[in-house]
Design a protein around this ligand. Structure first.
Ligand SMILES: [Fe+2]
Ligand SMILES: [Fe+2]
Length: 287
């Protein structure tokens, strides 16, 4: 296993060595947020994550640790999304892991907060996708009336919504105000680029494709690619777009999502329906 320090991957621990919780705590204290696992060990790592996710249904297990486990699994699935979605079996594996996290997020009012506290401010596209997936899932469950299948699609869409972005040369939080007119035009095509990657895979549902296409649309009609508004945006798309917007704000302002929600609403009161925004605020504050 490797850790990322000063732009390099440093070999941290050998396969046969014990990676106990004391070592892990030590790394966390030093601010290490990511571990690197070699390609050939990835299957083992995924099995390990699957095993860890089973504790999410254990009522006596520490909620803080559940949040960390959920978040790590989401980031790993965001990192591996393109590769996993190459095959139907890979897709089924992601859905299965995400399903366990959905059950956890629906089981406890403090669950989302535990995931986001573990997350903090996203440092890259994968962490952003994990944040958006967990936010969108929790919000969909809170809003109610959305079928389990649709909640699963929302989580998946959260994980993959920006897949096309790095392929166009845009990584991390993008400040539109700093882009040239041509770069802005290009950037606005990233939902379409993501659709190109996903649409050839027949097991990706039509709802996931629609959610990806509409994740940058805003209820005030100022989003893209089609400048849709509240009347033409289905509720599930509003949920994904709001969650994407809140996490982008958190990254741009360098404020963790749980703290960003108050100033975000003060500055963006007209972006989405008040009821949806207040539900978003409640789940972020653990209410
Ligand atoms: Fe995006
Ligand atoms: Fe995004």
């Amino acid at each position: 296993m490797y850790i990322h320090i000063a732009g390099k991957q440093i070999h941290y621990i050998k396969k046969a060595d014990i990676f106990d919780s004391a070592r892990l705590e030590n790394l966390k204290k030093k601010g290490v947020k990511k571990l690197f696992v070699r390609n050939e060990e990835e299957e083992n790592y995924l099995k390990y994550l699957d095993m860890c996710l089973n504790v999410l249904s254990d009522k006596n297990f520490d909620i803080k640790k559940k949040g960390e486990i959920s978040y790590d699994a989401l980031v790993t699935d965001a990192e591996n999304a393109e590769k996993n979605l190459e095959t139907e079996a890979g897709y089924a594996g992601v859905r299965n892991r995400v399903g366990k996290i959905i059950d956890y997020l629906g089981s406890d009012k403090g669950a989302l907060k535990s995931v986001l506290t573990s997350a903090g401010i996203a440092i890259d596209d994968h962490q952003h996708s994990a944040n958006v997936a967990s936010l969108a899932t929790a919000l969909a469950l809170r809003v109610g009336g959305i079928s389990p299948r649709e909640v699963g699609d929302l989580s998946l869409a959260g994980l993959v919504h920006d897949l096309g972005k790095p392929k166009m040369g845009f990584t991390g939080a993008v400040d539109m105000n700093k882009l040239t007119p041509q770069e802005k035009k290009d950037y606005r095509k990233h939902p379409e680029r993501t659709l190109e990657i996903l649409s050839s895979k027949k097991y990706i549902t039509p709802l996931i494709l629609r959610l990806v296409n509409e994740h940058e649309e805003l209820a005030n009609g100022k989003g893209y690619p089609e400048r849709k508004n509240l009347g033409s945006l289905p509720l599930t798309s509003q949920i994904l777009s709001l969650c994407n917007n809140v996490d982008n704000y958190s990254q741009a302002k360098q404020i963790p999502p749980t703290d960003a929600i108050k100033p975000y609403f003060q500055e963006n009161a007209d972006l989405f329906e008040p009821d949806l925004m207040s539900k978003m605020s409640d789940i972020l504050l653990g209410k």
